[in-house]
Design a protein around this ligand. Structure first.
Ligand code: ATP
Ligand code: MG
Ligand code: MG
Ligand code: MG
Length: 485
């Protein structure tokens, strides 16, 4: 079966909204230097915040685009899902159409339905839509306007009420907000659909009954005292996950089985000399993690954010190291490898995000250097474990918590790798002991934080401290801030 191409499906979205009077704009960079509230753009709305807040006039009343998004920190953090589920990524494209004080619910709903069912030809009997059920705390009734609009297109059993968490969007503690309507698709096989209605599976983390599009209707303003007032102008903000749309139009069961990811996946599998089976094999998970993470890493670097030890740069370094860790331990890559994926991705995306193609060599160099450094850390850790082996064996075969913690904390060798290597050597790791050490360390830094909050500083290697050669990958970035005595 030949897959629909990503370029074509993306263009169909943009052409459709252009035909409805929308101005098509390019994606903003992933890192917004002038927005201190966000490390990375995490939704299509973020670059347009000022228009909704009324700080700047929107240049056009109707805009559509595909926005690069990253959900790896803060309110939206999907990092841990990646590799294990089929539809959450670190970096993804959010297709969006906007009305700044122009059209509202009627048009947004009509166009969403037209696009999905007539252009993309998704089956109507596999789509579910939601509306806000109301909230007594805010003295708001159900969004029956949205509910009734949907009744023109689908049947009541496919129109579901949703709670505040899923169906009421707020920019922050104060500011524009309003109800939203989400569109979900049931991609299960016929036999499964016959056995159980998809209705029960909406918003239930089912891998084949997934949310594809969210349409937000901004009609209120949340004031500082918590009350809501009607906005003088109403806006529409929508976001559709492009990779999920690709899964739906391709008739496959995973975002990774689409043209967006297949070129990367096939390249990784060939280099590793394994077959990608699309299952939950250790190698499959690693391949998905790498195919996902290389996109986040490459585009962030191309957008000007280098890996570093602070803030956004630290988040990127952690993602990069997470990818190295999977390629090292699950696919056996002992030499730098990730950087080889950059040209594959750059060529694939050249039509829509040329910034990567323009900087391929630079991005490759940055990634390769990071890989070399981290692989050295890993090798170092391996040598240390080798050196310990005899004495650990003599004492019952358990690497104690303190040692495992030191490997991770001082030498940047992550616990799961210590456990893996230990298993290969017929040893075990006292993981409870490790957690105890970790908790004690967190406590120490918390106490330090409580005593004097103003004097935080980035740790640099010094005589008093062991040289700092890496971080445990799954720890909060806050860990790198230590109190200077
Ligand atoms: P979910 O409930 O699946 O986590 P969400 O409600 O957090 O999605 P929204 O914030 O409503 O997502 O974003 C709009 C759209 O962006 C979603 O409908 C979905 O298609 C897509 N999307 C959200 N998070 C991701 C992700 N991590 N990877 C890929 N697409 C995503
Ligand atoms: Mg989410
Ligand atoms: Mg959701
Ligand atoms: Mg949503």
């Amino acid at each position: 079966m030949s897959l629909p191409t990503a370029a074509h499906v993306r263009q169909q979205f943009l052409d459709f909204f252009a035909s409805k009077g929308h101005h098509i704009v390019p994606s903003a960079p992933l890192v917004l230097k002038d927005d201190p509230t966000l490390l990375f753009i995490n939704s299509g709305m973020a670059p347009f915040k000022d228009y909704f807040l009324g700080n700047k006039p929107a240049p056009f009343k109707r805009i559509a685009d595909t926005q690069k998004c990253l959900r790896v920190s803060g309110k939206h953090n999907d990092l841990e899902e990646v590799g294990y589920d089929t539809y959450h990524h670190t970096m993804f494209e959010m297709l969006g159409n906007w009305s700044f004080g122009d059209y509202f619910k009627t048009e947004a709903i009509a166009w969403a339905w037209e696009l999905l069912t007539e252009v993309y030809k998704l089956p109507k009997d596999r789509l579910y839509v939601t509306y806000f059920e109301g909230d007594t705390g805010d003295n708001l009734g159900a969004d029956t306007e949205t509910q009734n609009l949907w009744r023109q297109y689908t049947t009541d059993d496919r129109i579901l009420p949703g709670n505040k968490k899923d169906n009421f969007w707020e920019m922050g503690d104060t500011g524009p907000c309003g109800p939203c309507t989400e569109i979900h698709i049931d991609l299960r096989d016929e036999s499964e659909v016959a056995a159980k209605s998809g209705r029960e599976l909406v918003n239930a983390d089912h891998p084949q009954v997934v949310e594809i599009w969210n349409n937000v209707f901004m009609e209120f303003q949340r004031r500082a005292d918590g009350s809501l007032v009607k906005l003088p102008q109403q806006h529409v903000d929508t976001g559709m996950g492009f990779e999920r749309l690709m899964m739906a139009v391709s008739g496959v069961k995973s975002n990774y089985d689409t043209d967006v990811f297949q070129p990367l996946i096939q390249f990784i599998a060939a280099e590793a000399g394994v077959a990608y089976t699309g299952q939950m094999e250790k190698t499959d998970i690693a391949i998905r993690v790498i195919a996902d993470h290389i996109r986040a890493i490459s585009f962030t670097i191309a957008d000007g954010q280098l890996p570093s030890n602070v803030k956004a740069g630290y988040v990127i370094r952690r993602i990069l190291r997470r990818a190295v860790r999977y390629s090292f331990s699950s696919l056996g890559f002992k030499q730098p490898f990730l950087y080889k994926l950059v040209p594959v991705l750059a060529n694939q995306m050249a039509g829509v995000f040329p910034e990567l193609k323009q900087q391929t060599q630079f991005v490759q160099r940055v990634i390769e250097e990071e890989e070399i450094a981290f692989l050295k850390t890993l090798e170092n850790g391996l040598r240390r474990i080798d050196a310990l082996e005899e004495s650990v064996k003599a004492q019952g075969g358990v690497i104690d918590g303190k040692t495992a913690f030191e490997l991770s904390d001082t030498f940047g060798f992550p616990l799961d790798l210590t456990a893996l290597i230990a298993r290969e050597k017929d040893l075990t790791v006292d993981e409870a002991g490790f957690q105890k050490e970790l908790a004690a360390q967190k406590n120490r830094s918390r106490n330090a934080q409580e005593t004097e909050q103003s004097d935080w500083t980035i740790v640099t290697p010094s005589e008093e401290q062991p040289a700092f050669v890496g971080y445990d990958l799954d720890e909060a970035p806050a860990r790198i801030l230590r109190y200077r005595k």
